[in-house]
Design a protein around this ligand. Structure first.
Ligand code: HEC
Length: 391
């Protein structure tokens, strides 16, 4: 009987390990998918399909997590109570258990939210770290946001630690880390690198850093030294400001409120925006422009009801004073100063900004990386900005 139990225990452990690897691989792709849909036109069939695929992977991940928890609880060898006690028996175990529980709720709430037609559910959002951080930082509106990447990377870091503790039973620690880094590269390298500067940064730079950090902290905590408390604090503060260090994205407590906006008169007379029907007379011409602006929408929303993401919402930008979108608190001081000098977003200023941005506003934070040197394309993009700012 004990032998059967032992065998069953060993078998279940292998199953748990397999599920954890599966979780890890799917999670990496889940992250990537969430960065793809924002680049597709809202309401298009393609975007819907990706959204659904993304949700299905999310649901699968949730089920995997549930299975891993059940296997861990029911594995023979120890009573359920004994196992739960062990999960909180020391700092390292408690940290991992809390993260596991947190991840679980996070995914549950994320799915509940996605399924409730994407309506915001602030109460649930508090538990849903990636989305909660998206609201407060609004860096990209989706999971590939800078801070979401940090939160998600932390989660995969925990899975990484879990895999490490198991692998270590079979191979030396150094080899275990090496195998996990190889796994990470195999999973991540096929992803297209140019998707989004933040997403790429997350996949290639930050996640490995997180793995190693998580591992270091785990080993540290295992030794039960009080020194890990300040270390944790330093890491937390560091990572809270990492988006600023990397992308100059300030956390919400540093953002300026709308009342501080200084409004001035335009330095030059403005030609009012034309009526929408005049700007794009055919659906094809509108579709062509929409396609060009797709690139911009990874950082800018361009629909009236949508909030700001990494960049300010572009609805109404045409003929507006630079650096004054309502509720967007992350303008560079260079952009705000340019606006106060009387720069409004008319056609000549937009042309200048979109082709020679760094010279037009030195120190601005827009890194659009797309080539608009072709005047036809440039005009189509500006037409589109005029279109979404007009009636
Ligand atoms: C990588 C992200 C990113 C991409 C891509 C991007 N932008 Fe931006 N954009 C920003 C950020 C960030 C700001 C705020 C810059 C600042 O405050 O210095 C901004 C500011 C702007 C502004 C000024 C808004 C205001 O309220 O003053 C306009 C106009 C603009 N972008 C248009 C575009 C267009 C058109 C495209 C596509 C060709 C584009 N952007 C692509 C990030 C981006």
């Amino acid at each position: 009987m004990t032998q059967i139990k032992q065998k069953l225990g060993g078998f279940l452990e292998q199953v748990g390990l397999f599920l954890a690897v599966l979780f890890y691989v799917l999670f990496a792709w889940y992250q990537w998918w969430s960065g793809v849909s924002p680049r597709l036109i809202r309401g298009s069939a393609e975007r819907e399909a990706i959204h659904h695929a993304h949700l299905s992977i999310g649901a699968t991940l949730f089920v995997l997590l549930l299975l891993i928890a059940v296997i861990w609880l029911l594995r023979p060898g120890q009573s359920i109570m004994g196992r739960i006690k062990k999960a909180f028996s020391n700092v390292a175990n408690t940290a991992i258990s809390l993260f596991f529980i947190f991840m679980f709720f996070s995914m549950l709430c994320g799915l509940a939210q996605a399924w409730s037609k994407g309506e915001e559910t602030p109460f649930l959002g508090v538990f849903n770290l990636p989305q909660f951080l998206d609201w407060s930082w609004s860096t990209a509106g989706y999971n590939h946001a800078a801070l979401s990447t940090i939160a998600s990377a932390l989660f995969s870091g925990i899975v990484f630690v879990y895999l490490f503790t198991h692998l270590r039973k079979y191979v030396k620690p150094g080899i275990a880390v090496g195998l996990l880094i190889i796994l990470h590269l195999v999973v991540n390298l096929p992803k297209p690198p140019s998707l989004h500067p933040i997403a790429a940064f997350g996949s290639y730079v930050m996640i490995p850093i997180f793995y190693l950090t998580a591992l270091a902290l785990y080993c540290w905590a295992k030794e039960r030294r009080a020194v890990y408390v300040p270390v944790f604090m330093v890491f937390i503060v560091f990572f809270l400001y990492l988006p600023y260090i990397a992308f100059k994205v300030l956390p919400p407590w540093h953002q300026k409120s709308a009342e501080e906006t200084v409004f001035v008169e335009s330095a030059e007379p403005l030609v009012p925006a034309r009526p929408q029907a005049e700007i794009f007379s055919t659906p094809e011409s509108l579709a062509r422009a929409e396609k060009l602006v797709l690139w911009c929408t990874q950082c800018h929303n361009a629909a009236p009801s949508d909030s700001h993401i990494l960049g300010p919402n572009l609805v109404g930008v045409y003929n507006r004073q630079a650096g004054t979108a309502e509720g967007y608190g992350r303008y560079s001081s260079a952009m705000v100063a340019k606006g106060i000098q009387g720069t409004f977003w008319n056609r000549p200023n937009l042309s200048e900004f979109l082709t020679h941005g760094k010279e037009f506003i030195p120190g601005n934070l827009m890194n659009q990386q797309s080539d608009l040197s072709d005047p036809v394309k440039l005009n189509q993009v500006i037409d589109y900005l005029e279109y979404i700012s007009s009636k």
